[in-house]
Ligand binder design. Structure first.
Ligand code: ZN
Length: 88
């Protein structure tokens, strides 16, 4: 069995559930909180959310795979959500 990225990962700021999204199932564009760049449809990436809130999936964040893996180089707690308007 291969071990993928899916599952609970331990980070400095707690446990995160991580799920990999394959390019074919990525049908929307998302904003990556790691680099604030767009994750374009069709691009494989990861979704992460706090493991202690597994019942509430509204807090899921979509990350570029590389940005997620580089996450521990960033200071924890600096991410902030932004209520950007959605058009279309
Ligand atoms: Zn990114």
């Amino acid at each position: 069995m291969r071990k993928g990225v899916d599952g609970v990962q331990q980070w400095q700021d707690g446990e995160w559930m991580v799920r990999s999204i394959f390019g074919g199932s990525a049908t929307k564009a998302y904003r990556c909180p790691g680099c604030m760049q767009e994750i374009r449809p069709g691009v494989a990436h990861v979704v992460a959310w706090p493991a202690d809130e597994r019942g509430d999936l509204t807090d899921r964040r979509h990350w570029h795979t590389g940005c997620w893996k580089a996450r521990d180089r960033r200071a924890p707690g600096v991410e902030r959500s932004r209520n950007a308007p959605h058009y279309g």
